[in-house]
Design a protein around this ligand. Structure first.
Ligand code: ADP
Length: 652
């Protein structure tokens, strides 16, 4: 079950985020912390109307990724034990909920215990399933919800006190952890604070796709006519700045040399990666920063490998990535990256404080010298950082007010659109940075992720061998397009909804076993059919239209040329049944704007000067992705600039 659940979840989540969340669910056997025995309980008075019918009852409720099963044992007058059963919640992110909520319910004989920030859906699933069991046992769940929990706040774990340190890192996602590790490896003492109960941020939730030119892993990928035309098109763009012209000339030279060499392998270089990213961001990105990024991606990938992150040998094209350079972890999961970074930062002596929120920066003599922080006990403390403060708080997709304030791209970016981001993505670092004079850039550009799960499951966030169709069973966009183009196209479809159709071959290529697929189908996470007509019937779309769509798609794959929508990335046909189709609708996914930085990850003020002692990395920064972040560029952005920020802060 565990393996199935691991694959299932990584596939389900692959479709969201930077190519999808990828999680590692746990089983009852692994969640022993959630099990509490009668002997350990304190209170015994039931808040219900009468005694319970003693026994063990089972129920499940919807969590973040699917049903959470649990069983509850009752004595005549108390809840004595809660055992977590099967679930597909995100390991790491959901752990605090499984550890703390059942224990608190038993301790306080209450369903009024606080949910865990960052794991709200999991928390509510536990509370709802226990409420169900209470009802089955003849108790009054509503009365239990009203039982006050005194001192129910978690004060476990390290509590940050007033401190002095070399480097303070704010935020424990990909950027923060890589900054902390590299600062520590550079000899600095480091404190990292994370406001949620778990590390990882959006980096944890995403698919971990990491774009980099990588001659070794790309050597077996063939160049095609369609891909050549994509290079020619970007090279034909008029010069928009001196930096752009210089970059373009370098790529032109590489392209000419490549063609003269007679190679048939995929063309790729850090400069082509940069030029393509600049083009995809409508020339609003800072060329120097993009070049810093793409010339550091392979080194950073190798540094991550040295620090325990595993990558598969295969590269592909995650949605919106535009080129075959997306590297994957074994579980297609950012969680793999976070787990390795967490282990290494801890091992290298970085002090990590969870449930610990930075509130404001301290400036002394024009230098950012530390921060005021609310610790996990709720007290305000001060951390002084002699070498620097690194802001790594992520973006603001989960802050509707900020979205609406800054948006200049979408008609409506308010409550009507969900976000698939971590609840921690509330723009705190942008507000803190602005308060000390940081310049904000690119704030109006907000990315919608077209692949936000509606049915809940998925096969693949990789576009090579699948098609997108609408409720009418028709394709409506080039699937290998930029994310903003895809999202805009989906918003124009009936119910703002679309399906990704693929076949058994693609499912197998993405590591899905028949067991996993039938779990997803049985739980309504995706539609399936032995034939395209049966699939269409289950999806509720016209069968003849979908059959025609698949037929035309297969012809285009074989032709391997740009099609009527301009799609250039083709791999396999869709013809080996059974066939599968999850459904999706766009969600707010990435905020391209933020604190302006230079290539050293130093924050720039509104006069264009470096703010001494102040660094930033990852989604809190702006200016790199222009109007549209390329799929699979976010993780390298966070990790490369995190590494740069940490190394530079340590040098001070
Ligand atoms: P990035 O990819 O740039 O690293 P992430 O979203 O992965 O961004 O991580 C950002 C992390 O910063 C999240 O875990 C978020 O909870 C955390 N965070 C946000 N605001 C604060 C704050 N004020 N204090 C501490 N941590 C914060």
């Amino acid at each position: 079950m565990k393996k199935m659940a691991v694959i299932l979840l990584s596939m389900m989540l692959l479709l969201c985020g930077c190519g999808g969340k990828g999680d590692t669910p746990t089983t009852a056997a692994e969640t022993t912390a959630a099990e509490t025995t009668a002997a350990e309980t304190t209170a015994a008075e039931p808040a219900g109307d009468g005694t319970y019918k003693p026994g063990t009852y089972t129920a499940s409720a919807q969590g973040n990724n699917g049903p959470v099963e649990l069983s509850v044992t009752f004595s005549e007058d108390a809840i004595t034990e809660i055992t977590i059963g099967e679930h597909a919640e995100t390991q790491g992110l959901s752990d605090p909920a499984f550890e703390k909520i059942p224990a608190a319910i038993v301790q306080y004989q209450s369903l009024g215990v606080d949910t865990i920030s960052g794991a709200t859906y999991t928390s509510n699933a536990i509370l709802d399933a226990v409420a169900d069991c209470v009802a089955q046992a003849g108790g009054d769940a509503e009365a239990l919800r009203a039982v006050a929990v005194e001192g129910g706040e978690d004060t476990e774990g390290a509590v940050l006190a007033d401190s002095e340190v070399d480097v303070l890192v704010i935020g424990g996602g990909g950027a923060g952890l890589s900054a902390a590790l590299s600062a520590s490896q550079g000899g600095a003492s480091v404190i990292l604070v994370e406001k949620l109960s778990a590390l990882g941020g959006n980096t944890f939730r995403c698919g971990g796709a990491f774009n980099t030119a990588d001659p070794e892993r790309q050597k077996d990928i063939q160049m095609t006519e369609a891909l050549s035309s994509a290079v020619e098109k970007v090279l034909a763009h008029e010069d928009v700045s001196e930096d752009h012209a210089k970059l373009k000339a370098e790529v032109q030279k590489q392209w000419d040399e490549y063609k003269a060499s007679g190679s048939t392998a995929l063309f790729d270089t850090p400069e082509w990666h940069a030029l393509q990213s600049i083009d995809a961001g409508d020339y609003e990105g800072n060329v120097e920063l993009v070049r810093t990024l793409t010339s550091n991606t392979l080194d950073t990938l190798n540094w991550l490998t040295d620090n325990g992150v595993e990558w598969t040998d295969q590269v592909s094209t995650v949605v919106g990535a535009l080129w075959n350079r997306s590297h994957q972890t074994p579980n297609n999961s950012g969680a793999d990256i976070i787990a390795a970074l967490e282990q290494n930062t801890t091992a290298s002596g970085v002090e990590i404080y969870l449930d610990t929120k930075a509130e404001e920066l301290i400036v002394e003599d024009g230098r950012v010298a530390g921060a005021v922080i609310t610790n996990s006990a709720g007290d305000k403390v001060t951390v002084k950082a002699g070498k620097g403060v690194i802001m790594a708080t992520g973006g603001f997709s989960a802050n509707v007010e900020m979205r609406v304030k800054y948006n200049k791209q979408w008609e409506d970016i308010g409550e009507s659109l969900a976000t698939n981001n971590s609840p921690g993505a509330t723009g705190d670092g942008i507000v803190m940075g602005e308060a000390v004079g940081a310049n904000l850039v690119g704030m109006g550009w907000i990315q919608l992720m077209p692949l936000n799960g509606v049915s809940g499951g998925g096969i693949s966030g990789y576009v090579n061998s699948s098609l997108y169709c609408n409720k009418e069973g028709k394709r409506f966009v080039a699937e290998d397009q930029r994310r903003d183009v895809l999202a805009a196209a989906v918003l124009a479809q009936t119910d703002k909804l679309f399906y990704i159709v693929c076949d058994q071959k693609e499912a197998e290529l993405r590591g899905l076993t028949p067991e996993v697929l039938s779990y997803m189908v049985d739980n309504g996470l995706l539609y399936s059919g032995e034939t395209i007509a049966e699939l269409a019937e289950n999806m509720g779309v016209p069968a003849d239209a979908l059959e025609q769509t698949v037929k035309e798609f297969n012809e285009a794959v074989k032709a391997d040329k740009p099609d009527e929508f301009g799609r250039t990335t083709w791999e396999n046909t869709i013809e080996t049944g059974p066939f599968y189709a999850p459904s999706f609708s766009p969600a707010v996914h990435h905020t391209m704007g933020g604190l302006e930085i230079n290539g050293n990850a130093e924050v720039i003020n509104t006069d264009g000067e470096v703010i001494p002692g102040f660094y930033a990395a990852g989604e809190v920064t702006g200016g790199i992705h222009g109007t549209n972040r390329v799929g699979g560029n976010a993780v390298p952005d966070a990790l490369c600039f995190g590494k740069i920020a940490g190394a530079n802060a340590a040098k001070n």
